[in-house]
Design a protein around this ligand. Structure first.
Ligand code: AMP
Ligand code: ZN
Length: 484
């Protein structure tokens, strides 16, 4: 057997594929920027966590002991990623006349429900930003003298005090940072608040005392503190959506450099993490991804329309994480059909073998190709096709085949050894007709057709159509009807 392919990952900091070399032998420590819990996550946000999950599963598959941290931002993220606007949570609390803590709890739980529905593994730690405020103050105190200055509005980080500021974004010029709102007194446009003072005469629901007055931590500070605290600098991999490559992560890096007393970014580990990875965006043309549009694309909307949540996971896996992915209902429908095919194929294998055995030499080349695809910067689209080849193999031992499928599914996380065909039939929220009624009408229609009574058969079909049931005669998947 040939050596397994080394794990190659694309490092945004160097813009290169690099072999993964853990800081601590045999371990992988990963930090993922988590959601700001002022609203439901949209499915684009969830793409970031499907990606982090696939990364974590691949690291485990490669034998590394994984420690994964995802944070929950319940304070400090302004309506603009730079220093402009209001705190997202304070704003939501005001609009809904609710306690900010209730809002944070409600949306954190909604986010966790999506995590579960997408079969994303639980990280070792969910770090909640408000639990770390004292640590943030300590961190800020450590770097304040050398790297920060105080203004009326807060404590600001001077980006000129660290080497290579903005290298991650490749836009470290003053012009490049032009979209950052000007704050009176800032030394450089890119300087950012690490502590925001509550304006005189105002009271925020979330505020703490600090050496720079009562106020709240800056969003970038949170991630530096929680990642360093839980994983130790330097840790292995920091992830986030590609938008974070522009402001949030360069600012985290600058703080980490200041805190670790290290120098330039020619040595990636000086940034606090050895590898910075970013998933590309899920895009949608009609604006339904915007949380300000009434019905926006959250996972529950997909489920309400009758799509199993794992169809969305399949949709993510079909694209490489660094490619933009365009959402459409047709695309989601196609991903669901592909998942149905797999579930039915695996269902047949499960019917033949009660349990998986060792996978056997016949499957070794497939597992090798599968592993090589995932090792090539998480090439899940290719890995999926290898899985499908295995499912389609004829005249092989079923228990061995099941073992090979199980190994691959541990990485892809489609839950193929648990879900069954009927799980994928999700009832749309708007549907009123019951499954029993559909089956009964279809049985009557079959009889009418057998008696060559096509008028009745057509009438029954029209009745079903009127109730949102699509009759699928001769569907290769044996899926006779669909509620839509
Ligand atoms: P937020 O809650 O806004 O901090 O975002 C949570 C995560 O989702 C971050 O990693 C973002 O970079 C990521 N993200 C935001 N929008 C999208 C999108 N349309 N597609 C993929 N990832 C996104
Ligand atoms: Zn972050």
């Amino acid at each position: 057997m040939t050596e397994p392919a080394p794990l190659m990952l694309f490092n945004s900091l160097t813009r290169q594929l690099e072999p993964f070399q853990p800081v601590h032998p045999g371990e992988a420590r990963v930090y993922s920027c988590g959601p700001t819990v002022y609203n439901y996550p949209h499915i684009g946000n969830m793409r970031a966590y499907v990606f982090a999950d696939i990364l974590g599963r691949t690291l485990s598959f490669k034998g590394y002991k994984l420690t994964h941290v995802i944070n929950i931002t319940d304070v400090g993220h302004l309506t603009d990623d730079a220093d402009a606007g209001e705190d997202k949570l304070e704003k939501a609390a005001k609009e809904n006349a609710q306690s900010i803590w209730d809002i944070a709890r409600h949306y954190t739980e909604a986010y966790w429900a999506d995590i579960k529905a997408l079969n994303i593994r639980q990280p070792a730690h969910w770090s909640i930003a408000t639990d770390y405020v004292q640590k943030m103050i300590e961190f800020a105190k450590t770097i304040a003298d050398k790297h920060c200055y105080e203004l009326d509005s807060g404590l600001y980080f001077d980006v000129s005090t660290v080497a290579d500021y903005g290298r991650l974004a490749r836009a470290a010029t003053e012009e490049g940072e032009g979209r950052i709102e000007q704050v009176d007194g800032k030394r450089h446009q890119a300087d950012f608040a690490i502590w925001r003072k509550t304006p005189a005469g105002e009271k925020r629901q979330m505020e703490w005392d600090s050496p720079w007055g009562r106020g709240a931590p800056g969003w970038h500070l949170e991630c530096s503190v929680m990642s360093g605290e839980l994983l130790g600098f330097p840790f292995d991999i920091h992830t986030g959506g590609i938008d974070h490559r522009e402001i949030h992560h360069p600012n985290e890096i600058a703080q980490n450099q200041a805190f670790c007393c290290t120098n330039g970014l020619d040595l990636a580990a000086n940034s606090g993490a050895r590898v910075w990875m970013h998933n590309n965006f899920l895009v949608e043309r009609s604006g339904k991804m915007s949380k300000s549009s009434g019905e926006f694309l959250r996972l529950q909307l997909l489920i309400d329309k009758g799509y199993h949540p794992l169809a969305y996971r399949m949709m993510c896996l079909q694209a490489h994480y660094r490619s933009e992915l365009e959402f459409s209902w047709e695309g989601l429908g196609a991903a669901l059909v592909r998942l149905k095919r797999l579930v039915m194929g695996v269902g047949n294998v499960r019917a033949q073998a009660a349990a998986a055995s060792e996978s056997g030499p016949k499957f070794a080349p497939f597992l090798e190709r599968f592993g090589a695809a995932m090792a090539e910067d998480l090439n899940s689209p290719v890995a999926l096709t290898v899985l499908e080849e295995v499912v389609a193999l004829k005249k092989v031992d079923a228990a061995e085949k099941l073992a090979a499928i199980a190994t691959m599914d541990v990485v892809l996380g489609l839950d193929l050894l648990t879900i069954v065909r009927t799980d994928l039939r999700v009832r749309p929220k708007a549907a009123t007709i019951t499954e029993a009624e559909i089956e009964a009408t279809l049985a009557a229609r079959k009889e009418a057709r057998a008696a060559k009574d096509f008028a009745t058969s057509d009438k029954l079909r029209d009745e079903l159509t009127a109730q949102g049931v699509e009759v699928m005669d001769g569907d290769p998947l044996g899926w006779d009807w669909k509620l839509g």
